[in-house]
Design a protein around this ligand. Structure first.
Ligand SMILES: Cc1cc2nc3c(=O)[nH]c(=O)nc-3n(C[C@H](O)[C@H](O)[C@H](O)COP(=O)(O)O)c2cc1C
Length: 443
């Protein structure tokens, strides 16, 4: 009997801003035709409803706290081309979206580098309550010096950022557990709201943080939000293997994706966790057409709209390395700087072709390295199935090239195709974000 194929997990990527992974998004003709107003909160309620109709695991917001001047030492290109800037705070939107939905998970990014763990633990426990257990926190450590400077700090070395992240999350976990699940008794006759024996201090005194506790928020439905992670360095992978319920990964290269998948799953096992407890969501940019030729036309139209200067600016910001110091025609792979080599690994194509700085920047402006899956709904479903089966699992983070429109097309055309094939849920079987991520059978 052939092995049963696993359920594919799907998350919808969003930013609270005019561009996501595509710098063309804000001026794409379909976006413009739809009267795009990215700051209108109802747009996000609409997206949440559409994604819940499609039974997606979650909607997910990235977040950055800076406008980058890394490229050429000026903010002008970042502002001119809206390179993930402006970006409004996504966290208030989660409650707004929760109010019009009941099942879909609601995730957002929040850096550990600029706040005390008590603040984060309280914020995320509250969101978990407000969403009735649908909250997911993407724990990041900050990647650009402009963001640190906005908070009056220097960007710390990467290793130290992750050491802090470990302690940060441990403090949060202690705080989330500082109220026993049955601490609130509400015994009106006896006059006891909560049992003091079931609420305790944490008395944390570590290398980076001190915290007395307890949290002043009761135990939340998921005992703290689901934890997401996005970062590919060895320290980032260890962090994910230990804590994450899901990872957002960018691996356009199949061989790279497979190696990454195996590494994370074995890391999860080494941490004493089931490999299925940490799902890996690979970023893709679906481009759908009525025919394959139509989809290819849409891809070309979209990619041609991305300005090279914008690609240079966003990539410089993400690397925190000024690409204007390099010739656009030199091969990225020949540079010895580790951050540039890492990016080259992301962009190495299946044939092993090495790309110039110009080409890497162009692709970064188009999709930040997400694989573009292009074709009819059937063909895109084929590509998605082939990718997860080749890699081993688990699912995708979907990023649109125009909004509104592309998310609706995916939900209306590709989701039913995956459901017909028995690869995607037709119903939610649970109510929380973790329930969805852990659902491995298709009802
Ligand atoms: C796919 C992906 C998405 C990310 N999204 C964000 C984000 O939204 N906000 C942020 O501050 N950092 C983001 N990061 C940065 C990482 O979380 C991390 O801070 C940085 O990449 C260093 O991690 P690494 O060295 O382990 O890759 C992202 C990284 C990756 C790989």
């Amino acid at each position: 009997m052939p092995a049963r194929k696993s359920l594919i997990h799907l998350a919808q990527f969003l930013c609270h801003g005019p561009t996501y992974h595509s710098l063309a998004m804000w001026r794409h003709p379909r976006t413009a035709a739809a009267g795009y107003d990215w700051a209108r909160p109802e747009l996000y309620q609409h997206i949440a409803r559409v994604c819940e109709r499609g039974k997606l695991d979650m909607v997910f917001f990235a977040d950055l706290n800076y406008i980058s001047d890394t490229y050429r030492g000026t903010m002008d290109p970042a502002i001119r081309h809206a390179t993930q800037a402006p970006e409004h705070d996504p966290i208030p939107l989660l409650s707004f979206m929760a109010a019009v939905t009941s099942r879909i998970g609601l995730g957002a990014t929040f850096s550990i580098s600029h706040a005390h763990p008590f603040y984060a633990a309280r914020l995320w426990a509250t969101i978990d309550h407000l969403t009735r257990g649908r909250a997911a926190w993407n724990v990041v450590t900050t990647l650009n010096h402009n963001q640190s400077a906005n908070h009056g700090e220097e960007l710390r070395p990467a290793d130290e950022r992750y050491e802090r992240a470990h302690e940060f999350i441990e403090v949060c976990r202690k705080l989330w557990a500082s109220w026993a699940p049955d601490a609130v008794v509400m015994d009106r006759e006896a006059g006891v709201f909560a049992d003091p024996a079931k609420v305790h201090r944490i008395e944390h005194a570590g290398r980076f943080y001190r915290c007395r506790g307890p949290l002043n928020v009761t135990r939340s439905p998921q005992h703290g939000p689901a934890i997401l992670q996005a970062g590919t360095s060895p320290k980032g992978r260890t962090f994910a293997a230990r804590y994450a319920d899901a990872i957002f990964a960018i691996q356009p290269n199949l061989a790279g994706a497979r190696a990454y998948y195996e590494d994370i799953k074995s890391g999860t096992a080494s941490e004493g966790r089931e490999p299925e407890a940490c799902k890996i969501l690979f970023g893709i940019q679906p481009i759908l057409g009525e025919t394959e030729a139509h989809a290819r036309e849409k891809q070309e139209e979209h990619n041609a709209l991305v300005p090279l200067e914008g690609g240079m600016a966003i990539l410089s910001g993400h690397l925190d390395f000024d690409l204007s110091k390099l010739s656009p025609d030199e091969l990225m792979a020949l540079r010895t700087e580790p951050e540039l080599q890492r990016m080259q690994t992301r962009y190495r194509t299946l044939t092993g072709e090495l790309l110039t700085v110009r080409e890497v920047a162009r692709r970064h402006g188009q999709s930040v390295g997400l694989l573009q899956m292009v074709g009819t709904a059937t063909q895109v479903a084929d590509q998605m199935e082939a990718y997860v089966d080749e890699v081993g699992g688990d699912g995708f983070m979907l990023s649109p090239i125009y909004t509104p429109g592309a998310i609706e097309e995916f939900v209306d055309l590709v989701v039913p195709e995956l459901q017909r094939r028995g690869r995607f849920r037709c119903e939610y079987t649970g109510t929380t974000q973790r329930d969805h991520l852990m659902q491995d059978d298709v009802p």
